[in-house]
Design a protein around this ligand. Structure first.
Ligand code: IPM
Ligand code: MG
Length: 399
């Protein structure tokens, strides 16, 4: 298969972790005979320094023309003083999400067998299992609603609008994902969607709840549906995460709950994400930020980005065996005791650098005997498969 991948390293640890994911994609391409044309483009503060814009037109055009986008992270103290709409987070990240129409953000959170000890939760809670998927609405709500600061600077608002159409399309993704996970788990449990809102206070949440309930009744009665207030969901996530399968929620609640979801699995450095829309393509990034405090030290954990590359192969390219291979390689490397410093427990582990972790995973992905990964449950969520001709090209810069 030939596929064009836009590579957006960004800021902070972004370039270091993305380089390792590229290494792993190259290993998979060699092993399975694929031709991934990967071109690098500036984004975030790095793009601001280079081009005066955190999302240069050339970068956006490259993402629109690509079959998928792999992003590191954006932002850092150097660009904090920029006007809000020019900052890396708003201009680059939210800009890409909106302009690429990526309304559904999939954030799988699970405890890897080798890392159960890294969870801050009590052993008895972790032993019940943590394997959930947060489906976060990504292009609506308070992030994109009208914002205003009064002329005297002393009052402000952020509107939180939602339409039925916006709720329906992301709810569908959650129900489909639950069905797919149900098949992957071989009937170990019936698929379940927990729709999280604040319907006791917010009008958008009341619309959310009505819309999800109606869609469930008309198209997804085979999936169990429960509604939960967001404050309760935050509590249940630490009290008994095993009760969750798929969590469906709006943009800001999803932002907050997914950080909590990552922490209970051990490290935010382990969680990948896929942002999908109706169109071909998708954007894949770790859920963590640019971590400027550890940038350039070679200690960042590249696994969230490597696992994001696996999600790309599965969801954008329909390459399930290849995605399974990456996930299995990660599991094997962890089982062998290889750790970046954020996931070390005790002293019986080999603590490795960012690039050594990338070498270990790409080596394992290229050489071990193929067998299915433990979690390949989302395979039937693959999106469009219409690929153009591939070339290899490096195109950093603004023009
Ligand atoms: C995330 C991040 C972003 C968000 C920030 C950097 C704007 O926290 O992807 O979760 O809030 O969506
Ligand atoms: Mg966040």
């Amino acid at each position: 298969m030939k596929a064009k991948i836009a590579i957006l390293p960004g800021d902070g640890v972004g370039p270091e972790i993305v380089a390792e994911a590229v290494k792993v994609l190259d290993a998979v391409a060699r092993r399975f005979g694929h031709d991934f044309e990967m071109t690098e483009h500036p984004v975030g503060g790095a793009a601001y320094d280079l081009c005066g814009d955190c999302l240069p037109d050339t970068t956006l055009a490259a993402c629109q023309a690509a079959d998928a986008v792999l992003l590191g992270a954006v932002g850092g103290p150097k660009w904090d003083a920029l006007p809000p709409e020019k900052r890396p987070e708003r201009r680059a990240l939210l800009g890409l999400r909106a302009k690429l129409g990526l309304f559904a953000n999939l954030r799988p959170a699970k405890v890897w067998d080798a890392l159960t000890g890294a969870s801050p939760l009590k052993d008895g809670i972790v032993a019940r299992g943590i394997d959930l998927l947060i489906v976060r609405e990504l292009t609506g709500g308070a992030y994109f609603g009208e914002k205003r600061r009064a002329a005297d600077g002393k009052s402000a608002y952020d509107m939180m609008p939602y339409s039925e159409r916006e709720i329906l399309r992301v709810a569908r993704v959650a129900f489909e994902a639950a069905r797919a996970r149900g098949e992957g788990h071989a009937a170990a449990r019936p698929p379940k969607v927990t729709s999280v809102d604040k319907a006791n206070v917010l009008e958008t949440s009341r619309l959310w709840r009505e819309t999800v309930t109606a869609l469930h009744a008309s198209e997804y009665a085979d999936v169990e549906l429960e509604h939960m207030y967001v404050d309760n969901a935050a509590m249940q996530l630490v009290r008994d995460p095993s009760r969750f399968d798929v969590i469906l929620t709006e943009n800001m609640f999803g932002d907050i709950l997914s950080d909590e979801g990552s922490q209970i699995t051990g490290s935010i450095g382990m969680l990948p994400s896929a942002s999908l829309g109706d169109a071909r393509g998708g954007l894949y990034e770790p859920i963590h930020g640019s971590a400027p405090d550890i940038a350039g030290k070679g200690i960042a954990n590249p696994l969230a980005t490597i696992l994001s590359a696996a999600l790309m192969l599965r969801h954008s390219f329909g390459l399930s065996a290849e995605a399974d291979t990456i996930e299995r390689a990660v599991a094997d490397v962890l089982a062998a005791g290889i750790r970046t410093q954020d996931i070390v427990q005790g002293n019986d582990h080999a603590v490795v650098s960012t690039s050594e972790m990338g070498d270990a995973v790409s080596g394992a992905a290229e050489t071990f005997a193929a067998r299915p990964a433990p979690h390949s449950a989302l395979s039937n969520l693959a999106v469009g498969l219409d690929f153009g001709e591939a070339r290899t090209e490096l195109r950093p810069g603004c023009k």
